[in-house]
Design a protein around this ligand. Sequence first.
Ligand SMILES: *[C@@H]1O[C@H](CO)[C@@H](O)[C@H](O)[C@H]1NC(C)=O
Ligand SMILES: *[C@@H]1O[C@H](CO)[C@@H](O)[C@H](O)[C@H]1NC(C)=O
Ligand SMILES: *[C@@H]1O[C@H](CO)[C@@H](O)[C@H](O)[C@H]1NC(C)=O
Ligand SMILES: *[C@@H]1O[C@H](CO)[C@@H](O)[C@H](O)[C@H]1NC(C)=O
Ligand SMILES: *[C@@H]1O[C@H](CO)[C@@H](O)[C@H](O)[C@H]1NC(C)=O
Ligand SMILES: *[C@@H]1O[C@H](CO)[C@@H](O)[C@H](O)[C@H]1NC(C)=O
Ligand SMILES: *[C@@H]1O[C@H](CO)[C@@H](O)[C@H](O)[C@H]1NC(C)=O
Ligand SMILES: *[C@@H]1O[C@H](CO)[C@@H](O)[C@H](O)[C@H]1NC(C)=O
Length: 524
Amino acid sequence: MDAYTATITFLLFMSLSLPNNAAQTQPQVPKLIAPGSSLSPYTSDHNSMWLSPSGLFAFGFYQPGNNNNNNFVVGIWLVGKINNTVVWTANRNDPPVTSTTKLQFTMNGTIIVTDQQGHEKLIVNANARASSASMLDSGNFVLYGDNSNSRIIWQSFDHPTDTLLGGQSLPCGGQLYSSLSETNSSTGRYHLNMQIDGNLVLYPAYTTETFWDAYWSSDTKAHDGVNVKYHLYLNSTGSLQILNRSSDHGNVINTLNYAEEDQNTGGNQAIYRATVDFDGIFRLHAHYVNNGSDKIIASFPKSSRTCEVKGFCGFNSYCTFDDDKQFCNCLPGYKFIDENEKTLGCERNYSKVECRSYKDGVTFYNMFRMSNIVWKDHPYFKDLTMPTEEECSFACLVDCNCWVVKYESGSCTKQGLPLRYVKRTYEADDSTTSFIKVGNNSIQNSEGHENPFAFPLPIKTTREVNKLVPWEVIDNNVVENMVKAALWCIQDDPFLRPTMKGVVLMLEGITDIQIPPCPNSNST
Ligand SMILES: *[C@@H]1O[C@H](CO)[C@@H](O)[C@H](O)[C@H]1NC(C)=O
Ligand SMILES: *[C@@H]1O[C@H](CO)[C@@H](O)[C@H](O)[C@H]1NC(C)=O
Ligand SMILES: *[C@@H]1O[C@H](CO)[C@@H](O)[C@H](O)[C@H]1NC(C)=O
Ligand SMILES: *[C@@H]1O[C@H](CO)[C@@H](O)[C@H](O)[C@H]1NC(C)=O
Ligand SMILES: *[C@@H]1O[C@H](CO)[C@@H](O)[C@H](O)[C@H]1NC(C)=O
Ligand SMILES: *[C@@H]1O[C@H](CO)[C@@H](O)[C@H](O)[C@H]1NC(C)=O
Ligand SMILES: *[C@@H]1O[C@H](CO)[C@@H](O)[C@H](O)[C@H]1NC(C)=O
Ligand SMILES: *[C@@H]1O[C@H](CO)[C@@H](O)[C@H](O)[C@H]1NC(C)=O
């Protein structure tokens, strides 16, 4: 053992033997981890992690989700919470490793994990010889170069997964991807993009990243159309800023939130992290060191409950919400691809009929009226001079490519399949009317069913209302209207239900009543 390694070993020994609370009282010299050091995933073992001097951050093996399994993942997390707050994950899309795995830091500037069979996997590659590594109090894990300890050759801050910590930047062109779930750090369904045009934008993952896909933006796009070098920066006191780093001073273009005042934290230390959470919301969280509590400082977009996040519901379904949560429902004529995974979207509830001409549309399809249902997606056709909603609806019925139309004061917007980004609005926001095309052969499926209220579709097409009312005393049209209006009123989704005024207009025959969609079979 040479003198240098001895010093590092001594430093390491000293820092490990320091009690945590003593370590928190004053700034510590970062602990240096010598090449050759290793970790194993035993929770009871000291050697499952490398702690920062303050003991607040750890690098090593953690157990995602419930701690009773034999799954381990390498990452960095905030220590001292019941559930680890993971801020960085190595090779996030690789399967978890087992307890027999070993992690090793080499002087070649790599960190490798080796399983029981001797298979090696690279976790970190600095591409240069390393003299030491360190878990810093900022939450940054760094590797130092061979010649001087101050030269960083690799740092986790340069490879963010879903989180930025205080002092960390998301460079121009950089992205954060949400995790799959609260307990699974694999790449999830949303991402934040620091675009070269200067805009910071949230998108669903796996989309084309157009205006139509975006669900939040910082509105900092450079106006002259040139590409700029803006960075997103989270400063150490919890202010998220977009900086112009092409100038030396890094002038602030935009501040996304007001930083907490010192009096709010009582001068106590807070750790800030900005995370694209698994639900697609970009949130700034504070963790107070003194009492271990957490708080959300800011959210973009503001609410997670109003279907702002595009792509929460899959194709051909719409996002809707009640008081405290949002969920997905199928559009009329569609059913869930997987009843147990309702965010996966919906598929046709009927077999598609070949459509070659406008006649086929009229013969094999009906248009369903929908209120309070809107979407923002690229339309393939828009007519700004459509006089009435009936004409708009008919234009879609006879167009084989059209599956849904939106009518709004003279403009008729046609949309093809799949239908994306559909959501329900509050009743007060209802300025548009939509019509969805549904095949009439879906009707056959429900033949022979006893409860006409659960399967209202046959009434319109067969016009066999007299089957419902055995005595022939009243005008069939009146009964038909009453039945249809009643069916609208028992829709599961309250936003599909008509207003009282709407019902009166329906019953008086002033508005034509469309055939309502089937309420779910579990309703009574
Ligand atoms: C920890 O995670 C479990 C499982 O995800 C959850 O049920 C529990 O409420 C969490 N506890 C805290 C304190 O967040
Ligand atoms: C996370 O989810 C993916 C995909 O379902 C799965 O392959 C992986 O094993 C999960 N990871 C953990 C740590 O559970
Ligand atoms: C370092 O790299 C050299 C050359 O690639 C290799 O022979 C050696 O085994 C590596 N050492 C470690 C500890 O991985
Ligand atoms: C962080 O930014 C805010 C302005 O948004 C500023 O008031 C505060 O001093 C900054 N903190 C540091 C440590 O520079
Ligand atoms: C950003 O910095 C560059 C270089 O200093 C400067 O030319 C440009 O005007 C700045 N842009 C803004 C919007 O401040
Ligand atoms: C924890 O401390 C912070 C800062 O001092 C304070 O704002 C917060 O209300 C405290 N939370 C609890 C649960 O005590
Ligand atoms: C789809 O068809 C089935 C019968 O095949 C029916 O039970 C269900 O209610 C229909 N769903 C919709 C949304 O039309
Ligand atoms: C659809 O309805 C039309 C008449 O309304 C009928 O001629 C046609 O056979 C129906 N198609 C199916 C598949 O039921």
